[in-house]
Design a protein around this ligand. Sequence first.
Ligand code: PLP
Length: 423
Amino acid sequence: MDGSGTSDGGDGGGSLRPMDAEQLRECGHRMVDFIADYYKSMETFPVLSQVQPGYLKELLPDSAPNRPDTLDALFDDIREKIIPGVTHWQSPSYFAYYPSNSSTAGFLGEMLSAAFNIVGFSWITSPAATELEVIVLDWFAKMLKLPSQFLSDAPGGGVIQGTASEAVLVVLLAARDRTLKKHGKKSLEKLVVYASDQTHSALQKACQVAGIFPENFRVVKADCSKNYAVAPEAVSEAISVDLSSGLIPFFICATVGTTSSSAVDPLPELGNIAQGHDMWFHIDAAYAGSACMCPEYRHHLDGVEKADSFNMNAHKWFLTNFDCSLLWVKDRSYLVEALSTNPEFLKNKASQANSVVDFKDWQIPLGRRFRSLKLWMVLRLYGVENLQSYIRKHIQLAEHFEQLVLSDSRFEVKEEMNQLIYI
Ligand code: PLP
């Protein structure tokens, strides 16, 4: 393939030059034009794809082409066969699930990350990737006014995971191993996890993967009179019952901004309960955490100082292209102990403290992308003040929407439930 549309590999002899700089320049310019046109015309597409399951099998051949195709032929297929099957998450008319905003800065960061295409599992595989991640996560922690223990020069630190689901899994593993170390490996069947019925299903999945016995996953009913936040008394009561049955409560997950109703669980009270029982306290602020960089919304994080881990997705409401999930822990040694495969390193606490960060030991996969680039570019090319204004504007739009609903007799807003009822 080359930019001019020939199908012979670009030199007439059929030889493959996968990363020829001039071909890349030409094809890249064409792709950027294509993407810019897509963004310009996005509103003309139906937001939700209208195709039926299996539609693409009807349109594409059964096997891969033996000879190179042209970029023109590919663009035709993208227009005619792929775009009809795309649901347009970046459309201004997209209101499903949760926001997942892209931006020019995030997009450029993704491009550059694709260009370097590093596999940065350890410091030496690309020092800039590890070090930029550490710096940007420290910047972000300061923007959110996270406690100083979450910073990289403390026992804690931040790391970019792919998703909030991966984030809760790794901290659950860290918490599990910390507890088993204390109570003995045979206690796995006694470990109990607590969360509200508004908690994202990512926690249940993490429990399944981490070997937590399904009957030990406590789903505490949220309080609808408190905008669907969980009542700390209900969590305390569940813990007392489990303790009296000889079980070991070890993990509480609170949410700041539940997916369905943006409920905020009472962090200080839940944190006290967790600390009182030597339990791990995780805060999932995947969707709404970004708002807390505005001083007027920061109070939603009060109590985070009692947490062992905190997570928010920059790929949701922070203009950073998917995927970019930010996780901070108060004591990184628990993560490393659960996830490192190097027993010598684990034995030697002193070498852990003095050596460079190898982020492979803070996550499930070995390989990892240079994700901090796009977050760094979002922060640098927009600046914190603009990012705060962007969040504020969205909240103003939500308030405006509420006013429209209130002024329409076909709807009522149930204040105490924060729910929209269609009459
Ligand atoms: N937690 C909350 C509060 C969410 O809103 C979501 C996504 O909707 C998740 C977790 C899961 O996010 P991810 O897709 O990053 O795993």
